[in-house]
Design a protein around this ligand. Sequence first.
Ligand code: FE2
Ligand code: FE2
Length: 157
Amino acid sequence: MNRGNELITWSNKLMCGIRLIDEQHKGLVMLVNEMFNHVTGDEKQESEYFQRVIKEAVKYVKIHFATEEKIMLATKFKGYAEHKKEHDAFIINIFDTIHNFQYRKRFNLYSFTKFLKDWILTHIALTDKQYFTYLRSIATRQTDGRLCVNVKECQRS
Ligand SMILES: [Fe+2]
Ligand SMILES: [Fe+2]
């Protein structure tokens, strides 16, 4: 069994320096690793687990996307529309998986976590990185070393 293993290892390369975003990205990585630790190869077990956690997982992902989108809009990031398209496509993809699961009842937790891993890593490394660079260029550094952008969401963290 895979208990305790990591499918994704968090790396500082995935960080942007804005605490709120970095914390949410770490949360996503933890979520995928947690799912990966429930891969048993037993379809019944995996299905039960999936049904138990998928709603909360989708909620977490949606909160993260909404946070990024608010920040991009508030900072007038030019790539907003393209970025949002990727988020929306991802959510649709997840809903398709849930739909297939409900109607065909065939489910493989490993393939699902692998899909999440690939999407999340590629998205952070390529798409999120574009606005990281932009945010860094407009951010101010606080006395404690962290970066701040002038957006309400970020200042609460
Ligand atoms: Fe992100
Ligand atoms: Fe994103």
